[in-house]
Design a protein. Structure first.
Length: 273
C-alpha cells in the first residue's frame, strides 16, 4: 500500500502549510514543488502564506492565481497584505485569499473561509498579532475565540495561521485555542522553530513555519544591503536574494471526525532553479 492509499484508508485528513513565500525565487520553488509534495506526502489540503510573494512585499492577483493553480486551496497573508494596491479589489473577488481577520470592520476581504473537500469541511483562519507589530488592530485573542465558536457549528477541522512577531504571543495563542482548533501555526519571522507538538487538547502547534525563500539571504533579502543598514543605520533598499530556495512548512494530520490533530511535523525541501 502506498502513502496515498494508506492516508485514505486511515480516514485521516492531511494539511500541508507552507510559510511566507518570498519573491520570485520562492514563487517558482513553491509552484514547481506543490504537485510533487502533494503526491509524496499524501496531502488532502494545501495552505500557503503569500504575503511576501511580490518582490518581498505583498501579493498581486496574478501571483495569487498562479499559487492556486499550482495547488494551494487557500492563501493566507499578514501585515504586508496592503503593499500592492491592485490586491485591494481582488480581495473582494477571491474568497480563498485571506487577510488577517482582526483588522477593523470595513477592511476589504475576509479573514477566514470554510471549504468543502472530499473528506470533510475545513476552515482556515488568518490572524495577526499585535506585539511589536500593529497595536491598533483588534485584540486577536477574544476576536478569534468568538469566531472559532461560530465556525465549530459547521466543522471541527480548523487551521489558524497566526502571523505574529513575538514568540510569547504565539505560544499563548496555542494554549488559548487548545482543543478548539486543529492547528495553530505561526508565520512572519521567516525562521522555522523546532517546537512542533500536539497540545493536550488535541491542537497541533508550531511557533513559526519559516519561509519559502533563498537560503543565502537575510530572511529572504539580499545580504549586503541588509548588512549595510545594520552597520550604518542608513536607509537601504532590500532586494530579494537569489540561489537555492529552502521550502519550509508543516504537515498536520487530523482526525476529520473530531478535528483533533494526530501529529505535526516540519517539512523542509530544497529547490534549485
Amino acid at each position: 500500500m502506498n502513502q496515498t492509499e494508506d492516508s485514505a484508508a486511515s480516514g485521516t485528513f492531511r494539511i500541508l502549510f507552507l510559510g511566507d513565500i518570498v519573491g520570485e525565487p520562492g514563487r517558482k520553488a513553491v509552484t514547481t514543488m506543490l504537485p510533487v509534495l502533494k503526491e509524496e506526502l499524501a496531502i488532502d489540503f494545501i495552505i500557503v502564506n503569500g504575503e511576501n510573494s511580490a518582490g518581498g512585499r505583498g501579493i498581486t492577483p496574478k501571483i495569487a492565481i498562479s499559487l492556486m493553480r499550482a495547488g494551494a486551496a487557500v492563501i493566507t497573508t499578514g501585515d504586508h497584505i496592503w503593499d500592492q494596491k491592485e490586491i485591494v479589489p481582488f480581495l473582494g473577488e477571491e474568497p480563498r485569499l485571506l487577510r488577517p481577520m482582526n483588522y477593523p470592520a470595513g477592511a476589504p476581504g475576509s479573514g477566514w473561509i470554510v471549504l468543502e473537500t472530499k473528506k470533510c469541511k475545513v476552515a482556515v483562519i488568518n490572524l495577526q498579532g499585535r506585539v511589536f507589530m500593529q497595536p491598533t488592530l483588534d485584540n486577536p485573542f477574544p476576536a478569534v475565540a468568538e469566531l472559532v465558536e461560530s465556525i465549530r457549528q459547521e466543522t471541527p477541522v480548523i487551521f489558524l495561521d497566526f502571523h505574529a512577531e513575538a514568540t510569547s504571543e504565539k505560544v499563548a495563542m496555542g494554549w488559548h485555542l487548545d482543543g478548539k482548533v486543529s492547528a495553530v501555526v505561526g508565520t512572519h519571522t521567516h525562521v522555522p522553530t523546532a517546537d512542533e507538538r500536539v497540545l493536550p487538547g488535541g491542537t497541533a502547534y508550531l511557533s513559526d513555519a519559516g519561509m519559502c525563500g533563498p537560503v543565502d539571504s537575510v530572511i529572504g533579502s539580499q545580504i549586503e544591503p541588509v548588512l549595510e543598514r545594520f552597520k550604518t543605520m542608513m536607509p537601504a533598499r532590500f532586494g530579494v536574494g537569489r540561489g537555492t530556495v529552502r521550502i519550509n512548512g508543516a504537515l498536520v494530520t487530523i482526525d476529520p471526525a473530531t478535528g483533533k490533530a494526530l501529529s505535526i511535523e516540519r517539512v523542509t525541501r530544497y529547490w534549485h532553479d
